[in-house]
Design a protein around this ligand. Structure first.
Ligand SMILES: *Cc1c(COP(=O)(O)O)cnc(C)c1O
Length: 405
């Protein structure tokens, strides 16, 4: 509702996820925190959900088995269990997202639980030792879901080292188009992967570069690649036109790269692209950890005292490398819509839960899903972008708090 007199808000779109820049390669190899890949047998696949499927399969999960999943979750965590033939049951989480051990114990006592998924939400590592002990007592496997915690440690215990297997979603932490990992510090991985073909390799590389170009990064490379990229678009369109004409061409890349929750089993044995693997090897892990921590703390400080909200975690623990900054908001819908109009990237993690998972299953999960808005704190945000983000969020909170309910 803007009148002639009120100027439209400046709509500055900032990258919602890490994008490539030259700076990504500077900053050193030695991160302050361990990574999932340190000291582990690892396989680089095309998504975190594929890695969950492979982890469950490695634990021997099959028909008739039950996999326990947190009631607070990403819907992408469920289909991998179904792919193994198992059923999914949900366990409660505490208000800070930690697993509710009493509820897990009750469900373990039923006897058919073969594996448990435990998630370090938003990159804040849980102490999983008590859950590990429970699993050992009942003969259940433990898969550590480190999709939000590629780096980190709790009390000196690195993320990913407590579970039989751990999974990561490398595309949440690195400037890549596709990527996930299956790791284990406890077992040898019996998983053989193969390349997904030249079309996929090309798409993975070009999409990562185009994401960077779209936000003004790598301008020189953008100029050099202008012609080849136009050729690519022409080829892509020709390919699409062919497939629209009847015969279906298989997708060049998995849907997991397009913010869908689907599980596509055709990608279960595919290796992550050459480009993604090269980026993982070449960008600075020290910079990722340091910047994400700095950006998180800075945003928390910028929102200090803002009305109608509180951070999910009162402080960022020393051992954490955050995925995003989770904020609990009293009037989430109004704030969300205001920020969406301004072009602020956000994730309402848990707003969409698996069908049937509601407050009767886990009141805390329903509450988190309703009130939580997560904001980017990734390493690629520059000074101006972060200042803009802080101002937008603060302003939306103040505006929405001032309107009578
Ligand atoms: C994103 C996510 C996954 C799946 O990762 P993808 O790489 O998107 O397949 C698993 N668990 C959690 C908690 C996630 O947020």
């Amino acid at each position: 509702m803007s009148s002639i007199n009120t100027p439209l808000p400046v709509r500055r779109v900032i990258p919602p996820v890490p994008v490539l820049s030259l700076a990504a390669f500077a900053g050193g190899r030695h991160a302050a925190l361990p990574s999932l890949l340190d000291g582990a047998d690892a396989r680089l696949v095309t998504s975190g959900r594929i890695a969950i499927g492979l982890a469950l399969r490695a634990l021997g999960v099959g028909a008739g088995d039950v996999v326990l999943v947190p009631a607070y979750h990403s819907p992408s965590m469920i289909p991998p269990a179904h792919w193994c033939g198992a059923e999914v049951a949900f366990y409660r989480v505490r208000p800070d997202t930690a697993p509710d051990l009493a509820d897990i114990e009750t469900q373990l006592a039923k006897g058919s639980v073969k594996a448990i998924l435990a998630t370090h939400f938003f990159g804040i590592p849980h102490d999983l030792a008590p859950l590990r002990a429970l699993c050992d007592r009942h003969g259940a496997g433990l898969v550590e879901d480190c999709a939000h915690a590629f780096f980190g440690a709790r009390d000196g215990v690195p993320v990913g080292s407590v579970g039989d297997y751990a999974i990561g979603s490398t595309m949440k932490f690195f400037p890549i188009y596709e990527g996930g990992c299956l790791v284990s510090r406890r077992h040898r991985l019996d998983v053989t992967l193969r390349g997904a073909g030249a079309g996929f390799e090309m798409k993975a590389a070009l999409n990562a570069l185009e994401a960077a170009f779209a936000y003004g990064r790598l301008p020189v490379l953008r100029m050099l690649l202008a012609l080849p990229l136009r050729l690519k678009s022409a080829l892509w369109n020709a390919r699409k036109a062919r497939s629209d004409g009847g015969a279906t061409t298989p997708a060049l890349a998995p849907s997991s790269s397009d913010s869908s929750f689907e599980f596509d089993a055709r990608w279960a044995d595919k290796r992550s692209s050459w480009f993604s693997r090269a980026v993982l090897r070449c960008v600075s892990p020290a910079r990722i950890v340091a910047r994400r921590r700095r950006n998180y703390v800075e945003l928390q400080r910028a929102l200090d005292g803002a009305p109608g909200c509180r951070p999910l975690f009162p402080r960022l623990p020393d051992g954490a490398c955050p995925w995003m900054f989770p904020l609990l908001v009293d009037r989430p819908q109004a704030v969300f819509e205001t920020l969406q109009r301004a072009g602020v990237p956000m994730t309402r993690f848990g707003a969409a839960l698996w069908p049937g998972v509601d407050a009767s299953v886990c009141p805390n999960s329903a509450d988190l899903g309703r009130h939580l808005i997560a904001f980017p704190c990734h390493q690629a945000l520059d000074d101006a972008e972060r200042a803009w983000l802080h101002a937008q969020v603060r302003q939306a909170l103040e505006t929405c708090a001032a309107v009578p309910a």
